[in-house]
Write a protein that binds this ligand. Structure first.
Ligand code: SF4
Ligand code: SF4
Length: 386
């Protein structure tokens, strides 16, 4: 335990040293807090978002609802000195985007929050947890600081047979590589028949860095992934993680054609020849697949090709957040798990599984401790292929 703690401390120190001089220079100079003012001033403080923010619902502080966050950001723009006092408000947004879906003025609060976090990073204002996450990605290429090879879940033979060139890359992501290798194995098995390959040295997609404001560091890992994608010559990137998906699709250059695993599966249902299972399941829409990218129908089409779908109480645009995103799971685990428990209240009765299509949602909903097993959509597909 002590060794792990010492390792974490060393990693944080190392990452901090990478730009220590830069940050101290900025802190001393009272770095200006710059944001697109229109995106902030569009907020008319009506409070519509107040009732939907899942974090506010749990903690109850005015500063932890969307309007409170917007007001804090406005005060920073208007000259409030950026300090650590604003972190509990700005670092606790899961970026779930339900506020944006409900805002009558067309404000996109999570986008504004992410931009504000980037400004705080520029001013050297971060939480220890954010620094730890950053250090892990920089030093190990993954968000867990794992030293082992990303493709440890492949057999030697499979690894040696990976095509160097392919039209399709399966972008595995940190979660499936290190926490749910069984999902990675199953996904790879399904995609292998379409000639998919893996990146030789996949790096974190950069989502944790982007969501927490470390934009410059994010650029570096994105560049390393992009170079490899171009070398492989792939025209399509397939990923089964909602966080990787939204990052690859919206933060990488537009030339990339990115497709989520549920979309790919839905497009290839005929080739997959799935058998019908006598099961009833429900589906949890991950925020970064659903509200952020409007992927609602593809996972439902796949599920309905296999078994009966019984919807949750709040679905699609109204789906409640699992609490895992935006750095909240790692920064505020108690709040995060409370959100997941609230989401479990939406599960209908008499279902065999809760299916979702994001490993972060799987983890949070599983950790919330409900009675019904939470599985990834690829596990359902694997059952139907046996
Ligand atoms: S973000 Fe939108 S919904 Fe929330 S207070 Fe501002 S204008 Fe109203
Ligand atoms: S994105 Fe979600 S958590 Fe963040 S302010 Fe909006 S509703 Fe709240």
């Amino acid at each position: 335990m002590k060794t792990v703690k010492n390792k974490e401390k060393r990693e944080i120190k190392r990452a901090k040293e990478l730009d220590k001089s830069e940050i101290s220079e900025m802190k001393g100079k009272n770095q200006p807090f710059e944001l697109d003012r229109r995106s902030v001033y569009k907020c008319v403080q009506c409070g519509t978002c107040r009732s939907v923010c899942p974090v506010f619902n749990v903690v109850g502080w005015e500063s932890a609802n969307t309007r409170g966050r917007m007001l804090i950001i406005k005060s920073l723009l208007e000259g409030r000195h950026p300090s650590e006092d604003v972190l509990p408000s700005l670092a606790s947004c899961t970026t779930c985007r339900i506020c944006a879906a409900k805002c009558p003025a067309g404000v996109n609060p999570p986008e504004v929050v992410e931009a504000a976090r980037a400004q705080l990073v520029k001013c050297g204002i971060t939480t220890e947890v954010q620094e730890k996450l950053r250090a892990s990605v920089i030093t190990s290429g993954n968000s867990f600081g794992e030293a082992k090879d990303r493709t440890h879940w492949l057999s030697e033979t499979e690894r040696s047979q990976l095509p160097e060139k392919s039209d399709y890359v399966y972008f595995v992501g940190c979660f499936d590589s290190y926490r749910y290798p069984e999902f990675a194995e199953k996904t790879f098995k399904v995609l292998q028949r379409f000639g998919v390959t893996l990146l030789p040295d996949e790096q974190c997609c950069a989502s944790p860095l982007l969501r927490t404001g470390f934009r410059e560091d994010a650029e570096k890992v994105m560049k390393r992934n992009l170079e490899q994608i171009r070398k492989v010559g792939a025209h399509t990137i397939i990923t089964s993680c909602a966080g990787c998906y939204t990052t690859l699709k919206n933060n990488y250059p537009e030339e990339l054609h990115v497709i989520s695993l549920p979309e790919f599966l839905a497009e290839h249902l005929d080739e997959l020849k799935l058998k019908k299972l006598d099961l009833t399941v429900t589906y949890h829409d991950p925020c970064h697949l659903g509200r952020h990218n409007k992927i609602y129908e593809a996972p439902r089409k796949v599920i309905q090709a296999i078994c009966t779908l019984k919807e949750m109480k709040n679905i699609k645009e109204n789906s409640r957040c699992c609490g895992g995103g935006g750095g909240v799971r790692i920064g505020y685990p108690d709040i995060s798990l409370e959100l997941a428990r609230n989401r479990l209240e939406d599960v209908p009765e008499c279902v065999d599984y809760i299916v979702t299509s994001c490993p972060l949602c799987v983890r949070n909903l599983r950790d919330a401790g409900g009675d019904i097993e939470v599985i990834d959509i690829v596990e359902l597909v694997a059952m139907a292929m046996e």
